[in-house]
Ligand binder design. Structure first.
Ligand code: DOR
Length: 456
């Protein structure tokens, strides 16, 4: 496969130039400045006017298998990922049962190899059953292929346990992805403490529910040398704590989600994005119920600044598909989460790049090299080395300008829970190649308006 004439952005090479890329036998053969002759026998893909980049890497998604296959499967979520431009995703372990033994982790990896069109890497729990009482056998989980540890959906509350987990992490060289929300401060809150929650009469919680956990964990990471990765950072205070920790040399990284980077709690009042021409939505729409909750504009601004500065080095989707009945309840009772992986690129382009808040090469870096660096040696071992010779041929072709309107009934994901229904996004994933295989193409989608699960 010979991809010609595109604007190639490869953070691994510091490359942002019109270039040609040759894929062969599942690997990148080379990336060269544009204009050479087509290699004999190669199929040519004309990428003029497009961006060509390494496939995106998602450190945080929920694929629900085993146990909640009515919400998502590794196959349907893998296909959704491919459509979103992701060629590697890390699957959160809050399945049923939770991924807290090496056998279960190996089972996820096997199902992924058999059914997903892209690379799915398992995440193991920090504690047995995610119950926060007893450490899981992290060494055995690492041996079974886990790339991160997380009790996501819940924080590890016990500080002594978290300290031991970080010590283990230091030994294993594998980060802990902590869901930083203190349930005692939250006390059942379902929205950010602010005007929107007050107007709607929703139980609301403060930013300190997040910052208190991060503050503690940063100190524990610095003491133990354990690698702390802050999942879905959502507040200005979190950005400042992470900034100070990194400046002080603590082994701390962080991710932010597309929704926390682009939407505020005003969306709960129906104001999803009038500045983008989006229609207003219903008030207290349960598709906006998410943990941590959507925050204030100043928090969004701080996250975007953190993304620009490199305090937040990864964008992770927190793709959290739910069934319609899980959302067909009152706001407080609805299941938290957004089916986010298919809209991530379009949303980020529309709200951050086309508004001039972020340049597109930084966006690509935070979707590729940033997450690969969190995975460290494991990313190297998987061939996640951008578009350098010998890297896994994981490549996306992106149209930065093409507009499309979100229709959840056309998602590959079984989760149709998006707050962006009917919104027009500018920026589209045209084609996705995983290990050299075309796993998504908009041409195919046009021919197949309704999607099923499984291999494309
Ligand atoms: O909104 C969320 N949904 N946040 C989480 O941390 C968990 C996730 C889920 O599993 O649905």
């Amino acid at each position: 496969m010979y991809i010609t004439g595109g604007r190639v952005i490869d953070p691994w090479q510091g490359l942002d130039a019109v270039a040609d890329v040759l894929l062969q036998d599942g690997l990148v053969r080379w990336t060269r400045s544009a204009g050479g002759d087509a290699p004999a026998g190669a199929r040519t893909v004309d990428a003029r006017g497009m961006i060509v980049a390494p496939g995106f890497i998602d450190l945080h998604c929920h694929l629900r298998e085993p146990g909640q296959e009515h919400k998502e499967t590794i196959a349907s979520g893998g296909l959704a990922a491919a459509r979103g431009g992701f060629t590697t995703v890390c699957a959160m372990p809050n399945t049923e049962p939770a991924i807290d033994t090496p056998e279960r982790a190996a089972d996820v990896a096997r199902r992924a190899r058999e059914t997903a069109p892209i690379r799915v890497l398992p995440i193991g729990t920090i504690t047995v059953g995610r119950a926060g009482r007893q450490l899981a056998d992290m060494t055995a989980l690492a041996g079974a292929g886990c790339v991160l540890f997380s009790d996501d959906g819940a924080a590890v509350i016990d500080p002594a346990l978290m300290r031991r987990a970080l010590s283990e992490s230091a030994q294993l060289g594998i980060p802990l992805s902590q869901h930083s929300e203190d349930p005692q401060i939250l006390g059942g809150a379902v929205a950010h403490e602010g005007e929107a929650a007050a107007q709607l009469g929703l139980p609301a919680g403060p930013a300190s529910a997040e910052t208190r956990i991060i503050e503690r964990d940063v100190a524990l990471a610095a003491e133990t040398g354990g690698r702390l990765h802050v999942a879905h950072a959502s507040t200005a205070g979190a950005v400042e704590l992470i900034r100070a920790a990194r400046e002080g040399g603590a082994p701390v990284t962080a991710e932010a989600t597309p929704h926390h980077l682009t939407l505020t709690d005003r969306a709960l009042l129906g104001e999803r994005g009038p500045q983008y021409g989006w229609p207003s939505g219903p008030a207290a729409d349960t598709s906006l119920r998410v943990n941590p909750p959507l925050r204030a504009q100043q928090d969004v601004d701080a996250l975007v600044q953190g993304l620009t500065d490199g305090v937040i080095t990864a964008i992770a989707t927190d793709h959290a598909p739910h069934a319609a009945e899980d959302k067909a309840r009152g706001f407080a009772e609805a299941a938290p989460g957004i089916s986010a992986i298919e809209t991530a690129f379009g949303l980020l382009m529309t709200a951050l790049v086309h508004t001039g808040r972020l340049d597109v090469s930084t966006l690509i870096t935070r979707l590729t090299l940033g997450p690969a660096d969190v995975l460290g040696a494991r990313a190297e071992a998987e061939g996640l080395r951008g578009l350098t010779p010998g890297a896994s041929a994981d490549v996306v072709i992106l149209d930065p300008n093409r507009a499309w309107t979100v229709r959840a009934d056309r998602f590959a994901s079984r989760g149709r829970n998006t707050p962006l229904e009917g919104c027009t996004l500018r920026g589209m994933v045209i084609e996705t190649f995983a290990a050299g295989r075309r796993v998504h193409s908009v041409m195919d989608d046009a021919a197949a308006p309704t999607r099923g699960a499984g291999r494309p």
